[in-house]
Design a protein around this ligand. Structure first.
Ligand SMILES: NC(=O)C1=CN([C@@H]2O[C@H](COP(=O)(O)OP(=O)(O)OC[C@H]3O[C@@H](n4cnc5c(N)ncnc54)[C@H](O)[C@@H]3O)[C@@H](O)[C@H]2O)C=CC1
Ligand SMILES: O=C(CO)COP(=O)(O)O
Length: 404
């Protein structure tokens, strides 16, 4: 009888769940890598698209006079022209990215699931795919946010892992999708821990950085990755994401990577408000420093068992804080809201063409969690951002928060 080592070697099939600005960019870079590593990955990358109708503008090279201004399915446009004309216009996607409007079909038979959509939609997506994925699939969440219920705050990757019964790591960094899509160099951080049940494939090799951090796995029993698949350890995950223009650091601290990515969106709103009010770099750096202190305080207070402060020196930490407070969407549009004297919610509705500002919901969720514990006054900057978003606090009063 044939043993496991005689079995034919299978390849990892990859699906990107989500196709916004970042989702499409990650699908592009991952598809470049599946092409370069045909021994490990199936070439075709499925990309789930939340289907909608789009009108291709007349100045687009993909404008078809026979179709004119008639609405077309976004998936058909992506598959025909290899461009996501709505969320990542003017970027050519590799032809092995396949847009799929069916969530269940897109994740079918995939052993690697990359979750990349605004965090408010992840619950519904997980509900729909539960029971339709390979039981031994492994996940990477590129989502910046947290999930909050009355009694707990959860990392998105833990939430995905618990609902689907799989292991899920986290990717986060100083990453502006349009820059990476244009292949302008940057770094990112991936936190992933090979589950013990998969380690017979990897000799326990997990990567050098982060040794000593208690490793977290879902409470549910994991199904081992079958032996005829290539192992999934730091080396293989690195192979899937690292590009000449996208330098990946592998770490083990899932908590630090996830919380830094989620909470910097609150600080980015504060920086936009500050700048919209007319203050400049010195005020912004004060807010960034205060924001980082509150981020680390939050991590230490609610995830004390696993946080590693070195993570804040990775791309997911200070670099993301800096880029988010100087050039990302949450900063840009909160500045615009103050300059125009309108609410941030209105700016999101009128200016973002379907893209989402994760800072708005993250601020509300984090503050409701803190308030339920009577801890809101220990996070004065986060509280001020909530007040500004709700119209109950004024930007000019931010410095008063920090006077002894
Ligand atoms: N855009 C960027 O530069 C970066 C974004 N991120 C993070 O990546 C995550 C995904 O963001 P983006 O790809 O930028 O999204 P986006 O903000 O560009 O696009 C919104 C997406 O949500 C989808 N959507 C709308 N309604 C939906 C529903 N009911 N159910 C499911 N999907 C729905 C839209 O189809 C679209 O794909 C976020 O957590 C964000 O913080 C992280 C790094 C960089
Ligand atoms: O996460 C990001 C930068 O690292 C992108 O942030 P925005 O969603 O504010 O554009």
């Amino acid at each position: 009888m044939a043993g496991p080592s005689d079995s034919p070697r299978r390849k990892h099939k990859v699906t990107v769940v989500g196709s916004g600005n970042w989702g499409t960019t990650v699908a592009k870079l991952v598809a470049e890598n599946t092409r370069e590593h045909p021994d490990v990955f199936e070439e075709e990358v499925q990309m789930w698209v939340y289907e909608e109708n789009v009108v291709v503008p007349s100045d687009s090279p993909h404008y078809d006079p026979a179709v004119g201004d008639a609405p077309q399915k976004l998936t058909s446009v992506i598959n025909k022209y290899h461009e996501n004309v709505k969320y990542l216009p003017k970027i050519k996607l590799p032809s092995n990215v396949i847009a799929n409007p069916s969530l269940v079909d897109a994740v079918k038979d995939s052993s690697i699931l990359i979750f990349n959509l605004p965090h408010e939609f992840i619950g519904n997506v997980c509900k729909q795919i539960k029971g339709h994925i390979l039981p031994f699939a492994r996940g990477i969440s590129c989502i910046k946010g947290v999930t909050v219920t009355d009694d707990k705050v959860e990392l998105i990757c833990d939430y995905i892992g618990e609902i689907l019964g799989i292991y899920c790591g986290a990717l986060s960094g100083a990453n502006i999708a349009n820059e990476i899509a244009n292949e302008l160099w940057c770094e990112t951080t991936i936190a992933y821990n090979t589950p013990p049940c998969d380690q017979r494939l990897t000799n326990g090799v997990n990567g050098a950085h982060g040794a000593g951090v208690p490793v977290r796995f879902p409470k549910t029993k994991l199904t081992p990755l079958p032996e005829d698949y290539p192992p999934l350890d730091h080396g293989e995950i690195h192979k899937l994401f690292d590009r000449p223009y996208f330098t990946v650091s592998m770490v083990s601290d899932v908590v630090g990577v996830s919380l830094a990515g989620a909470l910097k969106n609150i600080v980015a709103l504060a920086c936009g408000f500050i700048e919209g009010h007319g203050w400049n770099a010195t005020a912004k750096t004060a807010v960034m420093r205060r924001g980082m202190l509150e981020t680390i305080r939050f991590a230490q207070e609610f995830f004390p068992e696993s946080i590693q402060e070195m993570t804040f020196w990775e791309s997911a930490g200070w670099s993301d804080m800096i880029v988010s407070c100087t050039s990302a969407r949450n900063w840009r549009y909160s500045k615009m809201a103050v300059e125009r004297g309108v609410s941030l919610q209105e700016i999101e509705r009128t200016e973002l063409n379907g893209q989402k500002l994760q800072g708005i919901s993250t601020t509300k969720e984090v503050m409701s969690f803190l308030r339920a514990r009577g801890r809101e006054d220990h996070y004065p900057l986060f509280k001020a951002v909530e007040g500004i978003v709700d119209g109950t606090f004024e930007v000019k009063d931010i410095p008063m928060l920090f006077r002894k």
